[in-house]
Design a protein around this ligand. Structure first.
Ligand code: 5RP
Length: 231
């Protein structure tokens, strides 16, 4: 555990701390997988300070790509890379096994792809994200629009309430041209089984449960510093 002086740390400070702490997992001379979100933005900003020591990044979203490039970090296409040493990303929830809910930033599909291509997933999060059981945060699911109503009914049958994510008065369109539904009212007690089952529903592009692509390490920002959880 890295200790910091006792002072009131805001959630933003905690994100900065874990973003910087993640630099220790970046392998010099290699590419790094980069996630999406406000915590990852802190990591990207920190990564700029060692950009000469890395080959570049593989990004999980247009917004992260833009930020990486603006800071002079080369971005490589996922298809041109066989394996990444490490993938650094945030989470909406993470449990004691490293299973996560992700997709609050609507980038879950590309995040899962880059995570699957990486030997190690390092999750960076403030301690408000640590939960006993996944499901309090509305579960994001990327869907093909023609399947939306059917998928809403399937979640209702599981006891959940699903709704289409709206942005600017219309359904949000992901980087992949699809929609997101957010599901509340679920208690995901078996994330591996849940991810396997929901991934098979016709029209589901990606479910925001990351169990098969769980975190191997979580750098958790706490009031007293960064706590490292190994799974
Ligand atoms: C984006 C994600 C993010 O990692 C997740 O939403 C956490 O974001 P933040 O760091 O802003 O809290 O999955 O699709």
């Amino acid at each position: 555990m890295t200790h910091v002086p006792q002072a009131t740390l805001s959630q933003d400070d905690l994100k900065t701390l874990v973003g910087r702490a993640a630099l220790a997992y970046v392998v010099p001379g290699e590419l790094v997988g980069v996630g999406t979100g406000s915590t990852v933005n802190k990591f990207i900003d920190a990564l700029a300070s060692i950009k000469d020591q890395i080959k570049g990044a593989v990004s999980s979203s247009e917004v992260s790509t833009e930020r990486l490039k603006a800071l002079g970090i080369a971005v490589f296409d996922c298809n041109d890379v066989i394996e990444l040493a490490v993938y650094i990303d945030g989470a909406d929830e993470i449990d004691g096994h490293g299973y996560m809910i992700k997709g609050g930033g609507a980038a879950l599909t590309c995040e899962k792809i880059v995570a699957a291509q990486s030997r190690q997933f390092v999750c960076i999060a403030d301690d408000s994200k640590l939960v006993q059981t996944l499901g309090k945060f509305p579960l994001p699911v990327e869907v093909i629009p023609m399947a939306t109503q059917r998928i809403l009914r399937q979640f209702a049958a599981l006891g959940g309430q699903a709704q289409v994510r709206i942005k600017g008065g219309v359904p949000l369109v992901t980087d992949n041209g699809q929609h997101i539904v957010d599901v509340t009212g679920l208690q995901i007690t078996d994330p591996l089984d849940f991810e396997t089952r929901v991934s098979q529903w016709p029209g589901v592009v990606t479910v925001g449960v990351f169990a098969h692509q769980r975190a191997n390490v979580c750098l958790l920002g706490t009031a007293t510093g960064v706590k490292t959880l190994q799974f």
